[in-house]
Design a binder for this molecule. Structure first.
Ligand SMILES: Cc1cc2nc3c(=O)[nH]c(=O)nc-3n(C[C@H](O)[C@H](O)[C@H](O)COP(=O)(O)OP(=O)(O)OC[C@H]3O[C@@H](n4cnc5c(N)ncnc54)[C@H](O)[C@@H]3O)c2cc1C
Length: 486
């Protein structure tokens, strides 16, 4: 029996900002034979998956949105999760790509078939082949859990911020929050008033700087709607303000002082207790890991029902947590705010020409060209690949740069009548070497912290320079760096 295998010119993985943006821009360029695979039951990626209380973006929405789909209607400076999800859905609908998305379809395995010169992609709903395989699978997809002795004996409720248990009522409970990353900073102020006791287990204090969030005014929205230029100006202003932080990141870390002063002033204003202030003072340079914007986190920690524990966890017991100093703290619910695995398992299931998976390659060291292509992976491109993410700048800005690059690559191929494209190993090596050289003096490596920005003392995959420089480099597909063949 011959089983029918569906063939598509382009298969895109993931229906977040990356996958949807790719589908829209590829369609605009005349590529219509495409499909987007999405394992979840809805589109939106990050903004569909994370539903914890207080979930919102950290980059102002006027900037954290597609440049080709400005939205004058944001209700706040920083859109909340549901508003961002609505926005992504509205953009996908308006640009006619909803029908391209296959929900509840997980990609299980993808490998390059050299003899056929195409990708073979196994999904939970059958097999596809594709001329081009484009990954927009995201990097913050899998919950990371710390290794806590005795966790399996815990008899209370526990969950990760990525899998928030909305059926579980925290009112009046003794809650332990583990981790102080960006998600914890957002949900702690939301749950603190309801719980009877909140113990925050902190390994290292994050730098918290003023968020200045507010509702947008009707007049403001009218102005943005009526005079599109104002939207461009607002977007440009936020972009420049955030980009300015690059001075600390990769120019000279002495530029950190005014930012750190801002953080210290906020800490002094919002936390009365000097002992608590000492615990909440970071011991590394700002920018070493992602600085967090919040006006509500520090005041929440200064409440009587909150304790910040910095001693570390010795053991989890059925109804309590024992600290390394031997203090036993009663706990009904444990919430993990411990972030995401650095390299989601999905990358172990994408295999290139030599039988090696992206996961195997990247675990040795981050390797890619412009964060968008990988040697050994013909007809494959990705968004937010190694050295294609920014420190504090909007991920959507980087994603749009990659989309433009990928669309130009496929258009170039079409114009030349070529069928196969693969970045040259030498071009990739030079690029990775350049990235390493430029990373050496960045605050990510010299700022005295450990974070997901680094791995084994090396830059884990951020672009170590201005995002506008990255935009310039990805504006056009540089085919001389690739083997392009029939
Ligand atoms: C809580 C939170 C807040 C954030 N806030 C900001 C912010 O303020 N500013 C900023 O710049 N960035 C922020 N980020 C980073 C954010 O992830 C990116 O901005 C952006 O949403 C990434 O989009 P993406 O399309 O690349 O990936 P995602 O949004 O992660 O989408 C990837 C999609 O691929 C799907 N997928 C993965 N594997 C498979 C498979 N095997 N089969 C089928 N489908 C698969 C996933 O289900 C998902 O829908 C935040 C992240 C989190 C988690």
């Amino acid at each position: 029996m011959v089983t029918h295998i569906e063939h598509r010119q382009i298969v895109i993985l993931g229906a977040g900002f990356g996958g949807i943006g790719l589908a829209i821009k590829l369609r605009e360029a005349g590529f219509e034979d495409l499909v987007v695979l999405e394992r979840a039951g809805d589109l939106g990626g990050t903004w569909q998956a994370n539903t914890y209380p207080g979930c919102a973006c950290d980059v102002p929405s006027q900037l954290y949105s597609y440049s080709f789909a400005p939205n004058p209607e944001w209700s706040r400076t920083y859109g909340r999760q549901s508003e961002i999800l609505d926005y992504i859905r509205a953009v996908a609908t308006r640009h006619g790509v909803l029908g391209d998305i296959r929900l509840d379809t997980e990609m299980l395995d993808a490998r390059w078939d050299e003899s056929e010169s195409r990708w073979r992609i196994e999904t939970s709903r059958g097999v596809l082949t594709a001329d081009y395989f484009l990954s927009a699978a995201g990097v913050f997809a899998e919950a990371k859990y710390p290794d806590l002795p005795g966790m399996e004996t815990f008899e209370g409720t526990s969950f990760h911020s990525l899998h928030w248990n909305h059926d579980h009522d925290l009112t009046g409970e003794r809650v332990a929050v583990i981790g102080t990353g960006a998600s914890a900073v957002q949900f702690v102020p939301e749950i603190q008033p309801a719980v009877s006791a909140l113990t925050l287990f902190q390994r290292s204090a994050p730098w918290i700087v003023p968020r200045m969030d507010r509702s947008t005014h009707a007049v403001e929205r009218l102005l943005l709607r009526r005079i599109p230029l104002t939207q461009k100006l607002v977007r440009g202003a936020w972009y420049s303000l955030i980009e300015g932080f690059g001075l600390v990141g990769f120019v000279d870390n002495r530029f950190r002082h005014p930012y750190e002063l801002l953080g210290r002033i906020q800490l002094r204003r919002q936390v009365r207790d000097p002992r608590l202030r000492a615990k909440l003072t970071p011991d590394y340079m700002i920018g070493c890991k992602r600085a967090i914007f919040s006006d509500a986190y520090l005041p929440a920690l200064d409440q009587d029902n909150v304790e910040v524990v910095t001693d570390g966890i010795a053991e989890v017991r059925p109804r309590s947590i024992l600290t390394r100093r031997g203090v036993e703290i009663g706990v009904d619910t444990i919430i993990f705010g411990t972030g995401f695995t650095p390299l989601p398992g999905i990358f172990d299931r994408i295999t290139g020409r030599d039988g090696l998976s992206i996961g195997e390659l990247q675990r040795k060291q981050p390797q890619a060209y412009l964060g968008a292509a990988i040697a050994g992976f013909p007809n494959f491109f990705s968004t937010l690949g190694p050295f294609g993410a920014a420190g504090n700048q909007s991920a959507v800005f980087m994603i749009e740069s990659q989309i433009a690059y990928i669309v130009d690559a496929l258009t170039t191929m079409r114009t030349r009548g070529a069928r196969r494209v693969e970045v040259r190993a030498g071009a990739q090596e030079d690029f990775v070497e350049e990235m390493r050289r430029r990373s050496a003096d960045t605050v990510w490596l010299t700022g005295g912290c450990e974070s997901y920005y680094t791995s084994d003392g090396q830059n884990a995959g951020l672009y170590p320079n201005w995002s506008f420089e990255y935009r310039r480099r990805t504006r056009r597909f540089d085919s001389d760096k690739y083997e392009v063949g029939a």
